[in-house]
Each structure stands twice: as structure tokens, then as C-alpha cells.
Design a protein around this ligand. Structure first.
Ligand code: GLN
Length: 308
């Protein structure tokens, strides 16, 4: 079937489900977004061309999806071994912002880089002489991986999250007292909120997903953007931890390395097949886009993308 038609069908399948969710309320700026939005984009690994359906030009904050980018950048800055002295690789089965187990570990490391605690520890490894330089490094990297020079930090969401991020502040302080964080907590936390507030559209997400599905190679230029060893690690963490405490069921039913964010985006990177970006700000209780999950379920089934 024609892919354009397939995307339209996937949207029609997912749309009715958006009414069962609502935008993330704990970040005031996100609570204002229209919950009925839904969009999907697929990027070809052959030439980087993108086909879309629905809400694909609207910019929204990547939130936890950017945790994938910051992990790659932190590894680029410090090497694999160093970063994994700060964070582990195990799924938690807990909510993304949970801190219950942070104080119960022998090595004190947060479980994995896809939950808030792990991503904050990873952000603390991103180098630069000051906050502005570190923010710029993250934005430049996001532009490279999405192929879109317009990608930037949405400072209204940043300020909103910074003003209300008590839980994340508690998490970083606990990790600081447990010896995981070097340097000043406030600057690292600002960097983490900036990374979450990087704003992109559905097409950009599909492009980034295509780079991951294409073993780290930019589908347009043919240039290697991420080393294969790192891509393999990132994709495996996306499978085991990328959809928060829904990762197990998502792997069992949809079967694609994926990462969601509370801005409503999800990336999926079926290996060697294509890159997919979806956007639907109505979230379920676990923080995943309700409509987005249904769209991915539909595409995985109809396009034979389930890796298992
Ligand atoms: N910025 C969000 C937070 O720290 C990211 C969480 C998410 O997308 N799951 O809570």
C-alpha cells in the first residue's frame, strides 16, 4: 500500500484514543497545549525523504526524547566507560521521575539514562566552560541529528519546568550527596531542563529516528553521526527503558526501539527499516502519548516493523 495512505489510516486509527489522555499537567506550560493534536512522519533510510500526515509542522518540546541525544553527546565528550560510572543500564519498572530506589543501591548509580535521575547524571557529564556553552553544544547536536537548523531551546517551557521542578531538584541533590554528581547542582539541573526543552517537530523526530535505525549514518549525507557501538547501546536501552514503565509491554506488542517524552512525542527506530516520529500531547498515566502509541502499534503491524 501507498505509504501516504498508510499514515492517514494510522492517524484515523489513533485519533479516537486521544480523548483518553491529557497533556502533562505538572509542567504548567505543557498543560496549555491542545490535546487533540496528532501527527506522524516517516523518514526513508535511502535518501532521508520524509512523508507526513496530520500535525507535522508544529514545534513541541522533546522532553525525555532528548535524553537519547544527551546520552550520545555525553559519551562523545567523556567516553563510554566514564559515563557508565555515573549511570547503569537496567530497567526500573518504576515511573520516570521515581526516586524510591535511588538511595537503596550499593553503588548509588541511577538505574539507566532514560529515566530522570539517570538523564540528570548524564547531563552532568556534558562538558563546556559555562551553562551557555553547554546548552549550545546540546542545541548544535540536536540540529545535527534532526537535520534541522531551526531546532532550539523553548525558554518558556524551560522557565516553567525550572520553576516547578521540585522533584528533579530533590533527585539531583540526593545524587550529589551520594557522590554521583561532580560540580554545582544548579547548573547541571538548568542544563537538564534546557535539554528537555529542546523544541522540534514530528519530521525532525523521524529524521533523528532514521539516523538511529540507519546505524548512526545520516541518510542524506551518508556521514556517520554516531558510532555503531554507541547506536547499538542506545537502541538497546530504548527497547528496555525507552517507554518508561510501559517498556516491557511496548516491546512485547509493538517491538521497535522507541523513546517517548511528556511533550507528546515518540521516536521509533526499527533497525534497517525507517525512522518514525509521532506527536500527540494527550498522555496516558505513564506519560506516553495515547494516540501516538496507537499510531505506532498500527504501523508496526501493517509495515511488519516488529523486530522480534
Ligand atoms: N522534563 C521532564 C521531567 O524531567 C521529562 C520527563 C519525560 O519526558 N518523561 O520531568
Amino acid at each position: 500500500m501507498n505509504q501516504q495512505l498508510l499514515l492517514q489510516e494510522a492517524l484515523s486509527y489513533g485519533r479516537p484514543f486521544t480523548r483518553y489522555g491529557k497533556p502533562a499537567g505538572y509542567i504548567p506550560e505543557l498543560a496549555k497545549i491542545d490535546p487533540n493534536r496528532l501527527g506522524v512522519a516517516i523518514c526513508s533510510l535511502e535518501d532521508g525523504s520524509i512523508i507526513t500526515a496530520g500535525e507535522c509542522d508544529a514545534y513541541f518540546t522533546m522532553q525525555s526524547i532528548a535524553k537519547v541525544m544527551s546520552l550520545i553527546l555525553a559519551i562523545e565528550h567523556n567516553g563510554f566507560e566514564y559515563v557508565f560510572t555515573k549511570v547503569g543500564m537496567e530497567p526500573t519498572g518504576d515511573a520516570f521521575n521515581s526516586m524510591v530506589r535511588l538511595d537503596q543501591l550499593t553503588d548509588n548509580k541511577p538505574f539507566n539514562p532514560m529515566i530522570n535521575a539517570g538523564a540528570i547524571a548524564v547531563a552532568s557529564c556534558i562538558r563546556g566552560s559555562c551553562l551557555a556553552e553547554r546548552q549550545q553544544a546540546c542545541v548544535d547536536f540536536a540540529r545535527l541529528l534532526t537535520g534541522n537548523p531551526e531546532v532550539d531551546i523553548d525558554f518558556s517551557v524551560f522557565r516553567s519546568e525550572k520553576a516547578t521542578g521540585y522533584k528533579n531538584r530533590a533527585i539531583i541533590n540526593l545524587m550529589k550527596s551520594n557522590g554521583i554528581i561532580d560540580g554545582e547542582v544548579e547548573e547541571h539541573l538548568d542544563l537538564y531542563f534546557s535539554i528537555c526543552s529542546i523544541s522540534a517537530n514530528c519530521k525532525d523526530l523521524s529524521y533523528f529516528a532514521a539516523v538511529l535505525a540507519n546505524n548512526g549514518v545520516d541518510p542524506r549525507s551518508g556521514r556517520e553521526l554516531v558510532p555503531l557501538r554507541v547506536v547499538k547501546l542506545v537502541r538497546s536501552l530504548m527497547v528496555t527503558c525507552g517507554m518508561y514503565d510501559y517498556s516491557g509491554e511496548f516491546a512485547a506488542t509493538v517491538g521497535m526501539p522507541s523513546k517517548s517524552g511528556v511533550g507528546g512525542g515518540i521516536i521509533s527506530a526499527p533497525i534497517g527499516k525507517c525512522g518514525i516520529g509521532v506527536y500527540g500531547p494527550a498522555l496516558d498515566v505513564k506519560g506516553n502519548s495515547v494516540g501516538g502509541l496507537k499510531v505506532l502499534e498500527y504501523l508496526s503491524d501493517k509495515m511488519g516493523l516488529n523486530m522480534f
